[in-house]
Write a protein that binds this ligand. Sequence first.
Ligand code: BTN
Length: 246
Amino acid sequence: EGIEIDLRGEVTSTNTVLKELAEQGRPEGLVLIAQSQVKGKGRLGRSFYSPQGQGLYMSILLRPELPAEDSLAITTAAAVAVAEAVSRVTGRQAMIKWVNDVYLEGRKICGILTEAAIDFENGKLNYAVLGIGVNILEPPGGFPPEISETAGALYREEAPADTRTRLAAEILNRFFGFYRALPEHSYMDAYKKLSLLTGLEITFQQGQETWEGTVLGIDNEARLVVRLDSGEEKAFSAGEVAIVKK
Ligand code: BTN
């Protein structure tokens, strides 16, 4: 089975359009790349700023033969693929901020949003749409104020020719390599090594609850292992992390 790339101009959201194509029965390996998105979606109902020509906005259709809970592994493998691809293309080391934000020089340059459709008859994934957004260039007027503290791009004013294409190719090659061997978790060692948070003091938030502590690392289930200030060791599987600035 191969990869088919569908290039679009402006779309609502590559995830939304690809989900429609998935519902029409299109096969695994269909990749949608857009010039811009007017309704780019982020995690937790946020929007993803996706101006024309400034980034790579890409979604990948997958039909994995896996239990639904394994869809988490798709996102984790994608984060490794993006971090490695960005490092390769820019020559600078990208890192992963748990769970799946990719950072370069202290700023978030990529977000990943996986949307899955589950078949309730057998508990299996019907399909998953893996959405990857990479900021290649800083927008001329800067990022919108609500993300200007954290957002960054691979380049300031000008990117080397073909950056978007090279980045897409490097990401797809790496991701499909991991994906074909997904149950083996071949990306996990790299995921641990690329962890931006390891060794840092953080505050952790889950709903109304917050904790403070130091990140010890990431375990084999991709949980964030934290030494809490109380001395207790705790492994988190979901939540929001803030780095404590000193
Ligand atoms: C996040 O950081 O919260 C996730 C951002 C995911 C953005 C990508 S861009 C391509 C795909 N289409 C979308 O609407 N979202 C994802």
